[in-house]
Design a protein around this ligand. Sequence first.
Ligand code: SDX
Length: 428
Amino acid sequence: MTKSAKLTIGEKVIDLPIHSPTLGPDVVDIRKLYAEADVFTYDPGFTSTAACESTITYIDGDKGELFYRGYPIEQLADRSHYLEVCYLLLYGELPNAAQQADFEYRITRHTMLHEQIHYFFRGFRRDSHPMATMVGVVGAMSAFYHDSLDINDPWQREVAAIRMIAKLPTIAAMAYKYSIGQPFNYPQNHLDYAGNFLHMCFAVPAEPYTVNPVLAKAMDRIMMLHADHEQNASTSTVRLAGSSGANPFACIAAGIACLWGPAHGGANRACLEMLREIGTVDRIPEYIRRAKDKDDPFRLMGFGHRVYKNFDPRAKVMKESADEVLGLLGIENNPTLQVAKELERIALEDDYFVAKKLYPNVDFYSGIILDAMGFPTSMFTPIFAISRTVGWISQWKEMIGDPTQKIGRPRQLYKGETRRDYVDLRHR
Ligand code: SDX
């Protein structure tokens, strides 16, 4: 028996169907509301709005749960690896040995960029932010890979997906090398995905470079933790861009642009810079006070989340990884890590943060690990973009493949001028 909600507006009573999910809250289907009642709903930040139906990722903000295709993130972070998670997000099931070997073969052999794209980098200033370069180069990929632009051809959608998962690390590494005036490194097919990225970033022609397996494993885990996160701002951007029929490269470039913001993917960089500014444990109370001051725009970066009102499960894994990596590098007494741990301890006991259910999110510890690996803060969000590309593409493929999908076109609550006539300049 179909559940429904009754909405009374004036004399009218509108029956709105209620759909039940496999997990999470029911949804009230309001698609016919405007036609039947001549009213819109109003939800500017989409705090109570389900924009789509999806089977990819589930988050329970109260329990602090995150599932990729039903598998808990803690189990995947502990037992899987990034390319296996990519397969799971793209195709819905964990691969068997043959499927995994084929998928990794296809990704590995798409890691090189068209040689002409190297010239794109030359057009940027050396001090360009790597995210600016990535937005530009990823968008420009549609000028080169003409055989994977037709979104109505499932095979071309598949090729575009493989190309972007494979090439984003190459593009990010080239953006980094260009920003420090060092030569580009070509991908090395004998290295795994994370190790290849480290090699492209840190190898120089003047001496051999050996990938540290501990750092490669930590990088692979960071990539798994960032791979997808249901309908976050950048994923919603990719879906909205894709709903117009834009080519896949343009859609992913739009997602990269949105991720750049400090409230979203830029928070990892902002968080490390905040921890460095705090500098010592004794200065933490001053920053806690500022974070609580309504007249101070300062917020604790790496804290809070639209969905998680409990611990972000990714932050827990990231914290363990930070201890492991810095311990193995012999810098467990890193002052920034000490400030982060003490800030977390104090904030979690503070009534303001407890009342507002503010916990560390995925960005709170990730910057400490990336900094320990040798990355500048400007590379933190590009690394997030590499990781999230598979999530963006999986969500984009799901939307494009949905026969009921329509172009996204929200309405508004108009508060501007009513109709008025033009006044010639001489009368103003
Ligand atoms: C990511 O959506 C996703 O899934 C994103 C992401 C993903 O994987 O895609 O998880 C990645 O973007 C993680 C979030 C990274 N951003 C930051 O760490 C930036 C700092 N955090 C805040 O800007 C904020 O918490 C947001 C943007 C993350 C969430 O904002 P909301 O849901 O709109 O919540 P809000 O701003 O309405 O805050 C609720 C209250 C407010 O107080 P009141 O107005 O109710 O009095 O909590 C306060 C806020 O002032 N608050 C904070 C705070 N975050 C919220 N106060 C101090 N420090 C903070 N960090």
